[in-house]
Ligand binder design. Structure first.
Ligand code: KIV
Ligand code: ZN
Length: 511
């Protein structure tokens, strides 16, 4: 049995995350994310701020009705209207929490609330008390806690505990604190607040100085047992604590922290992609845990180490976060080992004598190109223009689609013998244009491939930006990747899929 201490994961992607500029979501999108958060096994979902707008109310209410398992929570200011709205939105769910907050720092009292300390104390007490009438599970947050005088903060927290709060959340609202200082604040509160043992202390950080994860971990070390976070760290300004980073820090350094979370970490990557595709907030390549480069290696020495043993340059397994495998990117920094490894992966065998000249060719090409694709490696090894060895070539592609009827693809392919083949028009209701193009290609070529991965990247900017599609399929137990680039992403998809089929054909001929 796991004896380590459990850290409650409180996800606020749908509340604090959604508050970020450009991140607002529709009801359907919020529901999709709520389902993904449940599958990820978060403990608490803060579904929105029910009193903020009718749309927010509906989202919290729908999520409360539909999602079973995690606690569903909504935010409310310490006033009767907000708390009533929160109650109404949540009442359908027995596993609910009302989260009330009021600002406590001098700056907020003076410039925002225009309230005296006594009034804030009263609001905190009465807010919690009222929420408690509707719901046993009440969280209280003193907003801007990290810039609040410690004695006053202790008084406010005491009032909230006295009124019945079950969780006390300490926010670093403006991302101002630093780890040691924040850890000390938690020590102070846990030592000095009355009945601190009866509540769970929680931490809520923002990333203005890039310290939100470090500050959250410092709070956990000082006794906090709940961390508030968002997928991909989305949130106001520089964002919130990133769920994937804090959870993987706890998991990877378990011997140091001796904590655990309930998170199914293998769902981190898919959840991150879901949130990024819904919000349009792109995940930077170098983002920890879920960025494209997080498990990619290009430097020759690193690739060599990775090929010997992944632990040389990786502290986590990509599979642990839901990424299929590490990616040894071939480029000008790659060494002979990585080159040979990719050659073998593509199904080629080359002798020692052939390796030298092929590797030299590869280095020359890598100096000219940013990234080397499988087709480039193939061309080098075969010492030929692989496009001339293609069995199938795209002649024409037309697609149309409609949300009510599905998609349609008309396709013409030329075979290496010069014959032109046309797909029978196919209309499929539940699929999009890419799916219908792949089906049309299958129809003509006679393949039916298992699609493992499909990725789209923009490779330039502006109106005539090119989209690159990478497709990975499995055929006969071997993975094949194909790339396609065009200003039309449907065409990129068709080219990538055809590249895969041509590669399979070449491999079959060789063997
Ligand atoms: O950052 C903050 O202070 C908040 C509170 C409302 C918890 O989001
Ligand atoms: Zn916040």
């Amino acid at each position: 049995m796991n004896q380590s201490k459990e850290v409650i994961i409180f996800d606020t992607t749908l509340r604090d995350g959604e508050q970020a500029p450009g991140c607002s979501m529709t009801l359907g999108e919020k529901l999709k994310i709520a389902h993904a958060l449940k599958d990820l096994n978060v403990n608490v979902i803060e579904a929105g701020f029910a009193a903020a707008s009718p749309g927010d109310f509906e989202a919290v209410n729908t999520i409360a009705k539909e999602i079973e398992g995690p606690t569903i929570c909504t935010l409310a200011r310490c006033n009767p209207d907000d708390i009533e709205q929160a109650h109404k939105a949540l009442e359908a769910n027995p596993n609910r929490r009302i989260h009330v907050f009021v600002a406590t720092s001098e700056i907020h009292l003076k410039h925002k609330l225009n309230m005296a300390k006594e009034e804030v104390l009263k609001a905190a007490y009465e807010g919690v008390k009222m929420a408690k009438e509707f719901c046993d599970n009440v969280e209280f947050s003193p907003e801007d806690a990290s810039r609040t005088d410690h004695d006053f903060l202790t008084e406010v927290v005491n009032a909230a505990i006295d009124a019945g709060a079950t969780t006390i959340n300490i926010p670093d609202t403006v991302g101002y604190t630093i780890p040691y200082e924040f850890g000390e604040l938690f020590n102070h509160l846990i030592t000095n607040c009355e009945n601190a043992d009866n509540v769970i202390f929680s931490v809520h950080c923002h990333d203005d100085l890039g310290l939100s994860v470090a500050n959250s971990l410092a709070a956990l070390e000082s006794g906090a047992r709940q961390v508030e976070c968002t997928i991909n760290g989305i949130g106001e300004r520089a964002g919130n604590t990133s769920l994937e980073e804090v959870c993987m820090a706890v998991k990877t350094r378990k011997e140091y922290f001796d904590f655990h979370t309930s998170i199914d970490t293998t769902k981190l990557y898919p959840t991150s992609r879901l949130v990024s595709s819904i919000t349009g907030m792109h995940v930077p390549r170098n983002k920890a845990i879920v960025g494209d480069n997080a498990f990619s290696h290009e430097a020759g020495i690193h690739q060599h180490g990775m090929l010997r043993h992944a632990s040389t340059y990786e502290i986590m397994k990509p599979q642990d976060v839901g990424i299929g495998r590490s990616n040894l990117v071939l480029g000008k920094h790659s060494g002979r080992h990585a080159f040979l490894d990719r050659v073998k992966e593509l199904g080629f065998e080359i002798s020692k004598d052939e390796l030298d000249p092929a590797f030299k060719e590869f280095k020359k090409l890598a100096d000219r190109k940013k990234e080397i694709f499988d087709s480039d490696i193939e061309a080098i090894v075969l010492n030929a223009d692989t496009s001339r060895l293609n069995t199938w070539e795209l002649v024409d592609l037309e697609t149309s689609s409609g949300s009510s009827w599905g998609a349609l693809a008309d396709l013409k392919l030329r075979k290496i013998d010069g014959t032109v083949h046309e797909s029978a028009t196919e209309k499929r209701r539940s699929s999009g244009p890419i799916d219908s193009v792949f089906n049309a290609i299958n129809q003509i070529t006679g393949y039916n491939l298992e699609l493992i991965n499909f990725e789209i990247h923009s490779v330039s900017v502006g109106e005539d930006a090119q989209g690159e599609v990478t497709v990975t399929v499995n055929f006969d137990g071997q993975d094949y990747r194909g790339h396609g680039v065009s200003t039309d992403i449907i065409e990129s998809g068709a080219l990538a899929y055809l590249e895969v089929i041509n590669r399979i054909e070449r491999n079959r001929e060789r063997h």
